[in-house]
Design a protein around this ligand. Structure first.
Ligand SMILES: *Cc1c(COP(=O)(O)O)cnc(C)c1O
Length: 219
């Protein structure tokens, strides 16, 4: 499905939910996609992209940044502390902040580089052991550490519901948690469920396969 079709589905979902069509940002998830496909979207005006690996993002986007203005690159995958330096250098938004340790490292590196990147805290709404994200009951402590001690710009929350679950409860929970902390941004909803996420107040949806077709070499 092309960019125009996805955007029109986002607009329709906003309308149905009684929300402004500009209330939701499309993050084009370009992980595992070749540079040519990303460039095709850039030519159509798309500027916000999501990648889940630091190295891959660096390789693909350094050239694209020279060619296109206004690219906004979001890190949506787990960030290892040994990749923090590179991540702060190449990304514009960190969506996968999920531990006090990582918050401390990010804050120190941002200070060093003189960059203050907006961050979202990833919440493990499904309590899955193998998945990143802070447990809902530990969110407030992490948020307090980030804002009161690490001086990080926390703008919202992100979640990735368990694949086999109906996503509604996860989206509703993330919305409630964000409201409790007065956080304006909610990153939730992927190819299969972005319209549902918009109903639950998502402000950014992360769409990969529906936009690009199936990923070429799934790693
Ligand atoms: C891959 C990925 C997406 C996009 O998934 P699709 O189902 O291809 O749209 C969104 N968010 C995260 C965190 C991802 O890793």
């Amino acid at each position: 499905m092309g960019l125009a079709a996805i955007k029109s589905r986002i607009r329709d979902a906003c309308k149905k939910a009684g929300r402004s069509a500009t209330a939701v940002t499309l993050v084009a998830v370009s992980k595992s996609q070749p540079v040519e496909k990303i460039e095709a979207l850039l030519e159509q005006g798309q500027r916000v992209f999501g990648e889940n690996r630091v190295q891959e993002a660096a390789e693909k986007f350094s050239g694209l940044r020279e060619k296109y203005d206004g690219i906004e690159l979001h890190l949506i995958g787990h960030l290892q502390t040994n990749k923090v330096k590179e991540a702060v250098r190449i990304f514009d938004v960190i969506e996968s902040l999920d531990s006090i340790r990582l918050a401390g490292e990010l804050a120190a590196e941002m200070k060093k580089q003189g960059r203050s990147l907006p961050c979202l805290i990833q919440v493990n709404t499904g309590g899955e052991a193998q998945k990143g994200g802070v447990a809902p009951q530990d969110l407030e402590a992490l948020f307090r550490f980030c804002t009161e001690q690490a001086n990080l710009r926390i703008e919202g929350l992100m979640c990735l519901p368990p694949v086999d679950d109906i996503p509604d409860l996860h989206f509703a929970l993330l919305h409630k948690l964000a409201q409790g902390l007065s956080l304006p941004k909610l990153s939730m909803g992927m190819s299969a469920d972005f319209e549902t996420a918009i109903r639950y107040a998502a402000t950014q949806v992360r769409v990969g396969s529906a936009l690009f077709g199936t990923r070429e070499n799934l790693k």
